[in-house]
Every structure is written in C-alpha cells, then in structure tokens.
Design a binder for this molecule. Structure first.
Ligand code: ATP
Ligand code: MG
Length: 396
C-alpha cells in the first residue's frame, strides 16, 4: 500500500479513537484498486468539521460549509469531509443545501459513478454498495442510481463520465450512455470553466481517442465552445494525447480558419498563460511549416515549450524530429539576446555618428539570427567585422 494511503489510515485510526468513523473514498481508492498511481487521498468521516479541527494539530478550513477541511498530517494534505447528502439542485447548479449525516452508505449514494462510490476503512475492507469493483473489472462507467436523474442533478457529470472513459480507458455502460445521449443539452447550464477542466483531462487521457469517439456518438461536442459553431473540427483527431489546453488549441487552430487562438481563449474562458503558450506554439508550428531553421525556432521558444512543440507536432502528424530539435536546443550558441558578445552600446560605438533609432533593434536581431543559426560566431571582433561589411544601417 502506498505511503500516502498508510498516512490516511493513521488519520482514520485517530478519528476512530475519538469515537468517529472514517473512510478513504473517491478517486484514490478507485485508482489504488486499479493499481494506478494515486492522486490526492480524500477521507470521509462521521465527525463534523469543528471536531476534526479539535482533533488534529494543523487544519485548514477550506470549505467548512460543505463539511470539508484540509488536514496537514506528516507533511501531506488530506481533504477530510463530513458524510453528507446534497439537496435542492436548482438551475443545475451546486446543491443549495448539504446535510451532514451519520452513514457512509448514504454518503456514497450521492457520488457520481459506481467506481467512485466505494469506501475503505482501517480494516481495509471495501464498502461497495453499488458494485463498483465489478464495474472496475468490466471497465465501465456507470452512474450511481438512475443515470437520467443523476445527470439532471448535475450535468457536469456527463463531462466527467467522458473524462473518466479517457483517463481509465473505460467505456460507458449502456443506460449511462443512453441518458447522456438524451441530456447533452443540459451542459448549457454548466459554467465553461468547469467544463474546460474536464475537457482538458479528457484530451490528456490515455483513452482520448475512444473518449472523442463517444463524445461524437452521444453528441456532447455540440455543446462545447468552438465545436458548437464548427462541429466538423471534432473529426480531426490528434495522433497523440495533448496534455495541456494550449496544446489542444494549437492543434485545432491548424484546421480552422474561423477560430483563432484568441477566440478559443475567449470562448473557453481560459487564462492568459494558456493564451501566451498557444500563441507561441502556433507561431513555432507556422515557422516550422515555412521551413525556418530549427535552431531559430527553438531559440525563440521558452524552454518548457520545446517538448510541448514536439508533442503537438507529433499529434498533428508533422515530421518534427524531436531528438534533432532537442539537440539543436542543447547546442544553441546563445540562449538569450543578452548573451550576445555584441550589445547595443557596442553598435553605438561603431556608428558614433548615427542618431539612435529603430535600426539598432533591427541590426541586433539580424546579428542574433546569424549567431543562433551558426552563420556567425558569437565573438566581438567577428560580429564587428560582419556588420561593417554587410549590414550598414540605412541612413535617411
Ligand atoms: P481525480 O483523480 O481526477 O481527482 P476523483 O474521482 O478523485 O478523480 P474528484 O473530482 O477529485 O474526482 O472528486 C472526488 C470524488 O467526489 C469523486 O470520486 C466522486 O465520488 C465525488 N464527486 C466529485 N464530483 C462529483 C459530482 N459532480 N457529482 C457527484 N460526485 C462527485
Ligand atoms: Mg480527486
């Protein structure tokens, strides 16, 4: 058992000693049973938030009104949530009322899918009222209870179903599939930001091809930003999973003259960082297609985006040679303009009589280009000779 799980069981024992009950629940238990690497370990408990705050030394009250606190225990964080049920889903939003309850079974019943609705206590016995283990074995995503009711309560669950299909390489159980097919339009009630988080995970999952296939079959893509206006985009399937929204945008922008990076970012309400990265990646792809020298492409791209460029290039089916590109990056003569052996003040020394102007920047860029593409060594004297011979600034 993983170290984090062991710590979680120590927390559970401490809660037991204080007269409560507690269980590991949700994704961590699911992933542990699948022998997958586990993410955060969530704990559900009969104790109320104030009791947990009293019981542990370091507790951060992250969502007391929903029954959730963050327990810091042996240098790790655990979300500890009081068993609860949710009532009054109105306008397809978050439930307007949560009630704390005493039984884990009732808490499991509010959860989305059978594989996410299991619990394990300190004896390591699995409580599995909805046969989640069996669905893990059959590799299916099945809603807990009546699928239609559950998706009407919270339509985001339809997106979640598809992202779990992708991450776990599972398929949809038939009645869950049918319910989604009927209810896709309810996605309109869900905030774009929440949809975007699930969609990004879908595109990054190992089973993304199958998940996109299901997305087409149930028609869910017709309610996703951009795709609702340019549905044919869904037929362009990346040749590899895309781990980041910026990569996804770069991929689809290659096939759309209607939606630019900017449109994607606006419609999906994404961050400026995603926008910046998508712009940089798209422009690198453009340069690559124009036959620009690889050294220049990797020089212009921030380091962390180089492996991403290789991945997007691969997803697009372009013949970008990853090894070659990484090699070019390693061998770059300079990493930044400030590494040039010849700076603006040196230029002004050579052209003492020239008034300052845009020629300085232009000339520096051509020196930079020549050095990066190995046409000119990064030495003061060589650069000086090179500009005197070839690149006299224009006089006007
Ligand atoms: P991940 O590995 O991506 O974190 P997860 O299953 O832990 O997957 P979370 O979003 O962290 O997913 O949610 C934790 C648990 O809370 C889920 O396993 C599920 O039991 C429950 N849950 C989360 N979102 C919903 C929802 N919209 N409706 C019902 N239950 C939900
Ligand atoms: Mg989780």
């Amino acid at each position: 058992m993983n170290n984090q799980m062991e710590k979680a069981f120590e927390i559970i024992e401490k809660i037991n000693a204080a007269g409560g009950t507690a269980h590991v629940v949700g994704g961590a238990l699911r992933d542990a049973l699948l022998n997958r690497e586990i993410g955060d370990v969530d704990i559900a408990t009969s104790l109320e938030p104030m009791q947990i705050i009293d019981l542990f030394e370091k507790v951060i009250p992250v969502g007391i009104e929903h029954g959730t606190v963050l327990v810091r225990y042996r240098s790790e964080s655990f979300e500890v949530t009081t068993y609860r049920k949710e009532e009054g889903y109105e306008d397809y939003r978050h439930p307007d009322k949560v009630a704390f309850i005493r039984s884990i079974e009732e808490d499991l019943a509010r959860r989305d899918f059978t594989i996410n609705a299991m619990a394990m206590d300190h004896t390591k016995e699995v409580i599995d009222p909805f046969y989640g283990k069996q669905d893990l074995q059959n590799r299916v995503i099945r809603a807990v209870g009546d699928a239609e009711v559950r998706f009407k309560e919270d339509p985001l669950r339809m997106m979640r179903a598809l992202r779990f299909c992708s991450q776990l390489k599972f398929t949809l159980e038939e009645s869950t599939f049918q319910a989604i097919t009927r209810l896709t339009h309810l996605l309109e009630h869900i905030s774009i930001e929440r949809i975007a988080l699930e969609y990004e995970k879908l595109m990054a999952g190992k089973g993304y091809k199958k998940a996109i296939e299901i997305c087409k079959d149930v028609g869910l893509y017709r309610y996703l930003p951009v795709f609702k206006e340019q549905p044919e985009l869904i037929h362009h399937v990346p040749k590899a999973a895309l781990k980041n929204f910026a990569d996804v945008i770069t991929f689809y922008c290659e096939y759309s003259s209607i939606f630019s990076v900017n449109d994607w970012v606006k419609q999906w309400k994404l961050s400026n960082q995603v926008k910046r990265e998508a712009v940089q990646l798209s422009s690198a792809i453009e340069q690559f297609k124009k036959g620009e020298k690889q050294a220049w492409i990797v020089y212009k791209l921030p380091d962390p985006l180089i492996s991403r460029l290789i991945e997007v290039g691969f997803a697009l089916g372009y013949e970008i040679n990853g090894e070659e590109l990484t090699d070019e990056h390693r061998k770059l003569a300079i990493k930044d303009r400030k590494d040039l052996a010849f700076q603006a003040e040196d230029l002004l020394q050579v052209y003492k009589d020239q008034p300052k102007g845009p020629w300085i920047g232009k000339l520096l860029e051509s020196i930079e280009y020549a050095v990066v593409t190995n046409q000119l060594p990064n030495h003061y004297q060589s650069i000086k000779e090179w500009i005197i011979e070839w690149n006299l600034p224009e006089t006007d």
